[in-house]
Structure formats: C-alpha cells, structure tokens
Design a binder for this molecule. Structure first.
Ligand code: 13P
Length: 252
C-alpha cells in the first residue's frame, strides 16, 4: 500500500479568481510537507488558472462527462480537463449522485473516461444515515464499489477511493474511529476482490467533516490513506493544518 498520504480539497461550488491567493498560500504550505500529496479540486472555471499558479499542490476537477466531446451542452470532458492542466478528477461525489441522479454505471463510465484521458480518478462512495441505521452501510458501499470502479488494464494504479458517509458531509458529525476502521477494511477487501493484487495500491481517503481538530485521529486509522476535505479546504489556515496532521508528528 502506498504510504504517502493524499489530502484533497474539494472546493465544491465555491471560489472565484479572488480565491487564487488562498490556493497559492495552500501551495506554499504544501511545499513544506513533501511527504504529503496535496490536491485541490476547484470549480471548472478555476482549473486552468490554478494549474498555472500551483507548483507543489496538484489540481483536479470535481466531475467530468463520460464522452470526450460532442453535443452535451454545459458539460466538460476529461480530455478538456487534462488539457486545462488537471491531474485528477472526482467521480461519483454523493452530491452528484443525489442531485444529478448519477448511478454507479454513470460514475464508472466517467471514471473510465478520466483514465482514458490520462487523469487519475477519485471515486466516491458512502452510505446515507438511513442505510447505516438499517445496518446496510458496508453492503451499500461495497455495492457502489463493484458498480462504480473503473475496469481495464492499469486502472487500479490510477484510482483512489474516497469513503464519504453522506450524513457526515458538511454536518460536523463523523463516524466513530471503529466505524471508520471497519469500513476502510471492508473497502480494502473489496478492492482486493475487484483488482486482485493491484487493489493493494489503491489509496482509500476518508471524507466528511474532516477538520484541523479531528484530522490526526482519522488519518491514524489503519487503511485511511488521506482525506477528502470540503469546508475546511477553503482557507489555507484550515487546510494546511490537515496537511500538517497528515505529515505525522511534528514539532511545528
Ligand atoms: P465537508 O468536509 O465540508 O464535510 O465535505 C466533505 C466532502 O463532501 C468532500 O468531498
């Protein structure tokens, strides 16, 4: 398993060019923690400018279309994102699954398009609160993995999974450490089943109300290989505290 933690900021629908100074501050901070891989996924409108501005941190996008080009008004393809300087794209975020009706099959097609365009892909999975209360969390998440993960030669080498319990996103609530650990182990087992030996190389990020206070504890959990951060990624101060936590014990 890769040991370099991956800390990704998902800016969601936040950020105009005025926020590039914040991204630059994140980038300067990221340069101080070379043991941590840092990424930011801004809105489409900032991908090019951010890709040009950042050096230590990588730039990604939050979604892509499954086709490379065509009559899809308002959509953006993975090839366009690669051309704009993106290195990765998020696929299947729960907000897209819920608000745009994205099925596992759609997410898989997008993930495969991302890989075909030379990008890496972060595939998101996670249960709702009702599903967890019904004792179905692991079944839901492993089912999403089976349906959403890209197939094909070399796929496992460029895939990251993000486990984001829907009920933990933007709520300030996080699962217990035991629940995070159990789910990440279940995801690892499913990755091994889907990808065989290659599954061991896939990083599994935790996402959902990660902040400067809880990051160290979450990142210390076995099989947690990083974090996908929403609200706390919007300022350098908050985000870099998480990057610092990922870099391990420090005297700073
Ligand atoms: P919050 O960190 O704001 O809970 O968002 C998590 C998320 O959805 C990241 O993709």
């Amino acid at each position: 398993m890769s040991t370099q933690p991956f800390i990704v900021g998902n800016w969601k629908m936040n950020g105009t060019r005025a926020m590039l100074s914040e991204a630059r501050a994140i980038d300067r901070g990221a340069a101080r923690y070379p043991a941590v891989r840092v990424g930011i996924a801004p809105p489409f409108t900032l991908v090019t400018a951010m890709a040009e501005a950042l050096q230590a941190a990588q730039v990604g996008a939050q979604d892509c279309h499954a086709e490379a080009s065509g009559a899809y008004t308002g959509d953006v393809s993975a090839a366009m994102l690669a051309d704009a300087g993106a290195q990765f794209v998020i696929a299947g975020h729960s907000e897209r699954r819920a608000m745009h009706g994205e099925s596992d099959a759609v997410v898989k097609a997008k993930a495969e398009a991302a890989l075909a365009a030379g990008l890496e892909v972060i595939v998101c999975v996670g249960e709702t609160e009702a599903e967890r209360d019904a004792g179905k969390a692991e079944k839901v998440v492993t089912g999403q993995l089976a349906g959403s993960l890209p197939q094909g030669e070399d796929a496992a080498a460029r895939v990251t999974v993000a486990y984001e319990p829907v009920w933990a996103i933007g709520t300030g609530r996080v699962p217990s450490i035991e629940d995070v650990s159990a789910m990440h182990c279940a995801i690892r087992a499913k990755l091994d089943a889907i990808y065989g030996e290659g599954g061991a190389a896939v990083r599994i990020l935790y996402g959902g109300s990660v902040n400067a206070k809880n990051a160290a504890e979450l990142l210390a959990v076995d099989e947690v290989g990083g974090a996908l951060v929403g609200g706390a990624s919007l300022t350098a101060e908050n985000f870099l505290a998480i990057v610092m936590a990922a870099s391990g014990p420090s005297t700073e």
